[in-house]
Design a protein around this ligand. Structure first.
Ligand code: PLP
Length: 395
């Protein structure tokens, strides 16, 4: 496996040289007076990525899973009811986490390949006359199936039911790569991480927290120590951290934010759409299908692709890795063996995407898939070259 080859897993993502260099700093004293100059602007600038002015950004040395836990433990009490739809491995894992914390989880089972069912949320919330549901949990971008959900529609459903529940959104594989509007969508807690759209090493859970969630924090009774918002907020207020911060990641985050703002968030989203569309043209040219059931659900950061009947997707990802040293995402949960995933998020160019498509085509040809070598690459090339000019004009 050469470290010259890009990764095509949907996170952790390729780390650009600029960010690797930014993280390569000597340890400094996080209790020294100058730490505030480094950390406070990072928290302030991250709010722009969440598109929140009202919310507060809170980070923990953790992965996205820690962010899920922090969201739940800081705002809910044992036995509280939460409403969640299960439509992939990550919504499933968040459900599991809630259950292990003793929450009463009302689950709406959905097909894998579908998205958050706003209509079913509205029905469940309208039926909840005694307002027992305290939070609705939604995975914005289900990384296991390549499905993007409509968070604005979920908020509209909650409003239509006039329900006071909080809205928690997992944006681990969408923030800083697909549009996210924390304030406009009425999100109370948004959970993300450093290793996907921010293009950094894993190790920082990044949360956007609304005033309403901070109010809920005051009466929440689930246990928390490491993930206690209160300790974090108390020390962040003076630019500090309640324990040892992941310093190198904070430096990385500072540079990542610079990179995102230099490109412009709108352009970052447009680039992800365009590269994703190139991948989707390739999938179509191979005669294969996406797991995502309809175009409105297509994720711009990951495409999950069904392999033809009689083929094993694990054999395909193994072949790509063993023969060419390139990683693609395996099928997770119900998708295991049935689908592979092409991650197309973070630091990625046309050239990188085309190399990934060429590689998976070679692996498919090695395993006698009924595809024509070059067909997917050519379809992606056609799309990418035709849409390059339009992108530059609007830039
Ligand atoms: N949520 C989503 C949508 C994810 O894609 C992931 C990881 O891939 C997680 C949560 C869990 O995050 P982590 O693996 O960083 O704990």
């Amino acid at each position: 496996m050469s470290d010259q080859n890009p990764l095509f897993i949907p996170g952790p993502t390729n780390i650009p040289d600029r960010l690797r260099a930014a993280m390569n700093v000597q340890t400094r004293d996080h209790r020294a007076p100058d730490f505030v100059e480094t950390f406070a602007p990072v928290l302030a600038d991250t709010k722009k990525v969440f598109a929140t002015t009202e919310g507060t950004v809170i980070t923990f040395p953790a992965s996205g899973t820690g962010g899920w836990e922090a969201a739940v433990c800081n705002t809910l009490s044992p036995g509280d009811k939460v409403l969640v739809a299960r439509y992939g491995m990550f919504s499933h894992r968040w459900i599991d986490l809630c259950q292990r914390h003793g929450l009463d989880v009302q689950i709406i089972e959905c097909d894998w390949g579908s998205g958050a069912p706003a209509d079913k949320f509205e029905a469940a919330l309208s039926a909840d006359k005694t307002r027992e549901i305290k939070a609705v949990l939604v995975t914005h971008n289900e990384t296991a199936t390549g499905v993007k959900s409509d968070i604005a529609a979920v908020r509209a459903a909650m409003n239509a039911a006039s329900h006071p529940a909080m809205l928690f959104v997992d944006c681990v594989s969408s923030l800083a790569s697909m549009e996210f509007q924390m304030d406009a969508w009425g999100v109370d807690i948004a959970v993300s991480g450093s290793q996907k759209g921010f293009m950094l090493a894993t190790g920082m859970a990044i949360l956007g927290v609304s005033p309403k969630a901070l109010e809920a924090m005051k009466t929440a009774k689930l246990h928390r120590t490491f993930f206690d918002f209160r300790d974090m907020l108390a020390t962040n207020a003076s630019g500090g951290f309640p324990y040892t911060p992941p310093l190198q990641l904070i430096y990385g985050m500072r540079e990542s934010l610079k990179m995102l703002f230099e490109e412009g968030l709108e352009n970052v989203y447009a680039r992800h759409f365009r590269l994703a569309e190139g991948v989707r043209r390739a999938v179509d040219a191979w005669g294969l299908s996406l797991v995502a059931q309809s175009p409105d659900l297509y994720s711009d950061t990951v495409s999950a692709v069904y392999v033809p009947e009689g083929f094993d997707s694990n054999a395909l990802t193994e072949q790509a890795f063993n023969a060419y040293g390139v990683s693609f995402g395996i099928g997770l949960g119900e998708m295991n063996g049935k689908a592979f995933r092409i991650g197309h998020l973070g630091s990625l160019t046309d050239v990188m995407v085309l190399s990934g498509l060429a590689t998976i085509e070679m692996a498919m040809a090695d395993l006698d898939y009924p595809i024509e070598l070059g067909s997917g690459v050519a379809a992606a090339q056609e799309y990418l070259r035709k849409h390059r000019a339009a992108l530059i004009k609007t830039a």
